[in-house]
Design a protein around this ligand. Structure first.
Ligand SMILES: Nc1ncnc2c1ncn2[C@@H]1O[C@H](COP(=O)(O)OP(=O)(O)OP(=O)(O)O)[C@@H](O)[C@H]1O
Ligand SMILES: [Mg+2]
Length: 552
């Protein structure tokens, strides 16, 4: 190609250059938001609305009451209503909340919350618009002024909300109710479907009351088992060990500080005078310089210096676990197991800069595990293991294969804890990862990436909990074996007594009585040899909850 033609080609291509907005991008890549597959899309949409309601209620210190109604309008065509009793939205915020992608109140703060990016609600509006051509209707009241109803849609080119049909309402209402229609989705009742999502949400949020009406008009209510609102998580500054060059540069442009040293002290956790003097010795420029003039190369130098300094580990007091007692109460009420052990690990740190905390529970027997729809010889439904994964109390139902939690569960040799066949055990394993910054594997937020510290901490908690569960399982099995042995022996006593009577001419009843005593004495003797069995094993078979300190 000669020079002139090359130039013409570049000119031609230049005409093709177009910008597109974030809304257009996600419209094309909706799978990145988890809006893929008919069942998954519906669960994801409910998840987005429910997590928003929970975040809003928690922040406003309100005990959440969420009502969800799903109506079937046609084939793979549904109308969803999610109503909460939270703080509500105003005329100013309703458009941004439901009609603008990457707009929200949570992105810029280091605080434990369910939502982070500001794409959930608007992503659902866009999906509704794409599949039905209709806006979503939001009814909201904030306690100030009259509640109102408004239709929200998105202008994808500009990523701007469009509000239509605004009506003031003459009734009392505080909270948000969103009504939206979706096509190309499907309601079923499976492990990855809305009802299971809500059941798990209820388990991890004992202070929540959820009412759900399915398209077949069946109503399920998960009552709250605890009336205390979780305390509001504290906003935490980033720890230097987790910082990136780009983050420093971005923060430096919006700071009020006049010098880099005070900027670093203001913006980062654990940045004392000693650390500053350490950094000043490692970098080639003066830390009294204006942070707005910081260059990329200088930011790189700061990050390099951070790596050589022994900072105190990040603060962990901003992490708010559910708590052993609450997990236990809610699992007892929803899973109704025979045995339950709950463990909360101490806060820890991954990648040097991000605090996290792990809560684990193992429920055994009763309704633990998932029913397989097949009954055994005694008419009892067979159950299989169920792994419930959560991040900041949000159930993770999809992409389990690539998740750190699944990997940790699979890495354990459960036979050591008395579980002979893990696939067929009536066991529910509950794992909740709490962090200000959950390392998800993708924007769909369904799997936790395999950070070695996180995997190890989950493993330790599972092993601890597994040991306790194992003691119970082995104890129960031995007791059952003993009972069976006793029954077998007792079954043959009349025959043996009769034969003995013929041989010895002794009284048959007396022989029977002695033989029975012998069987019981023999089994008792064995009981003494088996130290693992608690004396009052019958008592232990009732639900036992053990916390991390071993208290019952
Ligand atoms: N039910 C609600 N009550 C009060 N405020 C809400 C409600 N739903 C959404 N919001 C507000 O709208 C914002 C945008 O919600 P959206 O779900 O899009 O993003 P997010 O929750 O911040 O992050 P993520 O994309 O991770 O969910 C929220 O940050 C919140 O301020
Ligand atoms: Mg959200």
């Amino acid at each position: 190609m000669d020079g002139a033609r090359e130039h013409a080609m570049a000119d031609e291509l230049a005409k093709e250059f177009k910008e597109h907005s974030v809304a257009e991008f996600f419209k094309k890549n909706k799978q990145m938001l988890g809006l893929v597959g008919k069942i998954r899309t519906l669960t994801t949409i409910i998840h987005e609305y429910v997590t928003n309601s929970l975040d809003a209620c928690e922040e406003a210190k309100i005990l959440p009451d969420i009502e969800i109604t799903l109506d079937e309008l046609g084939t793979e065509y549904y109308e969803l209503t999610v109503k909460d009793n939270g703080p509500g939205l105003t005329e100013k915020t309703v458009g941004k909340a439901f009609g603008q992608l990457l707009a929200g109140t949570k992105f810029h703060r280091m605080m434990q919350s369910r939502g982070q990016q500001g794409i959930g609600a608007a992503g659902c509006t866009m999906y509704s618009q794409m599949t039905t051509g209709k806006p979503v209707r939001v009814i909201t009241g904030s306690g100030k002024g009259k509640p109102f109803s408004v239709e929200v849609s998105i202008d994808p080119k500009a990523n701007q909300p469009k509000l239509t049909n605004f009506v003031e309402l003459n009734k009392d209402f505080k909270g948000v109710a969103v009504k939206a229609k979706f096509k190309g989705v499907k309601y079923v009742n499976s492990e990855q479907a809305p009802l299971e999502y809500l059941r798990r949400t209820a388990i991890a949020n004992p202070h929540l009351r959820i009412k759900f009406r399915s398209p077949t008009k069946e109503t399920t209510i998960f009552e709250r088992t605890n009336k205390t609102i979780p305390s509001k998580p504290i906003e935490m500054r980033p720890h230097p060990k987790g910082a990136t060059v780009d983050e420093i540069l971005t923060l430096s442009k919006s700071t009020d500080a006049r010098k880099i040293n005070s900027f670093l002290k203001n913006e980062f956790d654990r940045m004392g005078d000693k650390a500053i003097s350490g950094i000043s010795k490692k970098v080639s420029f003066d830390l009294n310089k204006d942070p707005k003039k910081l260059t990329w190369e200088e930011s790189e130098e700061i990050i390099k210096a951070f790596k050589t300094i022994a900072f105190i580990a990040p603060r962990t007091d901003g992490l708010k676990p559910i708590g052993e007692e609450r997990i236990s109460k809610s699992l007892k009420s929803i899973v109704e197991p025979e045995f339950l052990s709950v463990i909360t690990r101490k806060p820890s740190v991954y990648s040097g800069g991000f605090p996290f905390l792990v809560e684990v529970a193992i429920a055994y027997g009763g309704k633990a595990g998932r029913g397989m729809g097949v009954k055994d010889d005694e008419g009892v439904e067979q159950r299989k293991i169920e792994i419930m994964r959560f991040a900041n109390r949000v159930p993770l139902l999809f992409d389990g294969g690539g998740c750190a939690i699944t990997k940790a569960v699979q890495s354990i040799d459960w036979k050591r804890y008395g579980v002979r066949d893990m696939e067929r055990a009536p066991i529910t394993i509950f794992v909740n990862l709490i962090s200000v910054y959950v390392p998800y594997t993708s924007a769909g937020k369904q799997a936790v990436s395999e950070e070695p510290e996180i995997v190890e901490d989950i493993r330790l908690a599972l092993m601890d909990s597994g040991r306790r569960t194992g003691r119970y399982i082995v104890g129960k099995r031995r007791l059952q074996e003993k009972k069976m042995k006793k029954e077998t022996f007792l079954k043959y006593i009349p025959e043996i007594a009769m034969a003995l009577k013929k041989l010895t001419k002794e009284n048959e009843d007396m022989l029977k009585e002695k033989l029975e005593k012998l069987v019981i004495a023999k089994l008792k003797l064995e009981e003494k040899e088996e130290e693992d069995i608690p004396e009052d094993i019958e008592e232990a078979i009732k639900i036992t909850t053990i916390d991390a300190r071993g208290n019952k």
